[in-house]
Write a protein that binds this ligand. Structure first.
Ligand code: NG6
Ligand code: CA
Length: 521
């Protein structure tokens, strides 16, 4: 796409909506080969943020189409309520607490060590070509990275044949693209300098404009953490200087990422491929392409959802045009729950209206409550899933490791992915029975058994809990009292039954500790 005008965009949206709601996936001749696999991984998209999950203030026809012909899950989870831990689990089949992994800084070393069994490394063993396109946030290199040379280790060392990355997050330096572990657009003689700090009030070693020194240059005002170097009129976390031609422009994301996905798909049309397509949207800073500005009444956050939906549609079109849609297993989901104010003043709070980003659930990003990790999740595969269903099967993204192992026949040692359960039949909608039990992790631990939800008491991070309530209006769920909820009758986790059912509380605590104490390979 070159930049399109608002009117054309609106027309496209309308026609896409029309074609999406009526057009059935084309029946191509079924293939015996292994299916291609695409994971669409949205950033910070909440349970209530899609029209197929009940949103009315935003329209997501391309994603809805996947739900209209696939399985729409109502109790599928990310392993955590923030980005890095969820991504770590998705790719390894293990909870992030086993690696003590939290939100990574922009200059963190590669979190998943070379030699670790990962989804892409295992899929490679059974003949897949593998790629990651989009946000990474799993660290790169071994520390003290020189961004002017090849950065290793990185995705290639943990199983990806091709990588095109936003290396950390849109709000963290380095604000550049990294393709096959080299910064894109560096010219001879350029020296990109990157200095990461979480507090922009620290001294900028490069002396170039920051949100602190030059707030008048900003398109969105930001908090102290996000007031570092100004890139494309938006301040970021950390400092960066020189090689400005390589600096990214947020508005280009939709075109840049979908083009890279398109090339990878076309190049691998004749062999099975695995594409981990990881959106920047709808994380902050939310600076959608002008084609999507005004697509909703909710401001940049709503418009970024529409942009994400458009990108999904573009990638699906490429599949269709290349006769690959029938035998591609598409998994669409998100890494953690929604947040409105995540450091920038982008009107997300003021223009929210009646929209409920977490749907009926309590909490959001950062939260152990269901809003933190119960994710909108859709599975679509025309060759195998022939009837649309809504499923309340309980499963976790870290189950994809074992489940896709079962599907594609890769061998794995359960000690490498000790938390991953094979729930393939639930994922494909053949049964509505998924996991019976599940650990939940988000700054504390919780445990699900059937409809019971337990949250362990903790006396840690009290200040953090009050801070996210005060600043972000998100309930983290940390409490010095144990919590027990009956999700069937109380999905919004309002009535704490821990003292009424002490034996259930004790049982779930003990089950939770059994999982925590499992030993890693
Ligand atoms: C936090 C950032 C937030 C976001 C988050 C990571 C605050 C004040 N700041 O440190 O803006 O970048 O890290 O988000 O909360 S994630 O989706 O990548 O985990
Ligand atoms: Ca996230």
């Amino acid at each position: 796409m070159k930049y399109i005008t608002n009117q054309v965009a609106f027309f496209l949206l309308l026609t896409t909506f029309w074609s999406c709601s009526t057009e059935k996936p084309q029946a191509e001749s079924p293939k015996e080969e292994k299916p291609n696999i695409i994971i669409f991984y949205v950033d910070d998209l909440g349970f209530g943020d899609l029209s197929c999950y009940g949103a009315t203030a935003v329209n997501t026809p391309n994603v809805d189409r996947l739900a209209n012909y696939g399985i729409r899950f109502t109790d599928a989870h990310s392993s955590s309520a923030t980005c890095t831990p969820s991504r770590y689990s998705l790719l390894t089949g293990n909870y992030a607490f086993r690696m003590k992994a939290g939100i990574l800084p922009g200059d963190a070393p590669l979190l998943i060590r070379p030699g670790t069994a990962t989804l892409p490394s295992k899929l490679k063993e059974v003949g897949y070509k593998t790629a990651v396109v989009g946000k990474w946030h799993l660290g790169l290199g071994d520390g003290e990275v020189d961004w002017n040379t090849k950065v290793s280790p990185g995705p290639a060392e943990i199983g990806f044949d091709y990588s095109f990355l936003l290396p950390s997050t849109g709000d963290r330096v380095p604000s550049v693209y990294v393709e096959d572990q080299r910064v894109v657009g560096l010219k001879d003689g350029d020296t990109l300098k990157v200095h990461f700090t979480n507090d922009a009030r620290n001294e900028n070693p490069y002396g170039n404009p920051t949100g602190i020194s030059n707030p008048e240059m900003l398109r969105q005002q930001a908090d102290f953490q996000h007031s570092g170097v100004i890139v494309n009129g938006v301040s970021r976390i950390g400092f960066m200087s020189e090689a400005e031609d390589a600096w990214l422009k947020d508005e280009d994301f939709p075109e840049v990422f979908t083009e890279r996905a398109e090339s990878f798909i076309k190049e691998n049309a004749d062999n099975p491929f695995f594409l981990y397509f990881s959106f920047h949207d709808i994380h902050v800073p939310r600076v959608p392409n002008e084609s999507f500005v005004g697509a909703t009444d909710m401001g940049p956050r709503g418009d970024a959802i529409v942009q994400m939906d458009w990108m999904t549609g573009q990638v699906m079109d490429v599949l269709r045009q290349n006769g690959l849609e029938e035998n591609t297993l598409v998994i669409f989901t998100s890494d953690n729950g929604p947040v409105l104010n995540d450091g920038y003043q982008d009107e997300a709070v003021d223009r929210l209206g009646e929209h409920k980003p977490a749907g009926p659930y309590r909490g959001g990003k950062y939260s152990i409550y269901e809003g933190g990790h119960r994710m909108p999740t859709i599975v679509y595969w025309p060759a195998k899933i022939t009837e649309a269903k809504v499923s309340d099967a309980l499963w976790n993204q870290l189950d994809l490791f074992s489940s896709l192992g079962e599907l594609t026949g890769f061998a794995y040692d359960q000690r490498d992915a000790i938390d991953s359960e094979n729930v393939l039949s639930a994922i494909l909608g053949e049964t509505k029975t998924g996991r019976k039990e599940m650990l939940e992790e988000a700054f504390t631990m919780g445990y699900r058994k059937g409809d019971w939800k337990y949250i362990a008491a903790t006396d840690k991070r009290k200040e953090w809990n009050s801070w996210i309530k005060e600043i972000k209006n998100i309930e983290g769920g940390l409490s010095i009292e144990p919590q027990l909820y009956d999700l069937k009758n109380d999905p919004g986790e309002q009535i704490n039954l821990a003292s009424k059912f002490p034996e259930v509380t004790a049982e779930l605590d003990s089950l939770m500790n059994t999982v925590i104490n499992k030993s890693f390979n």
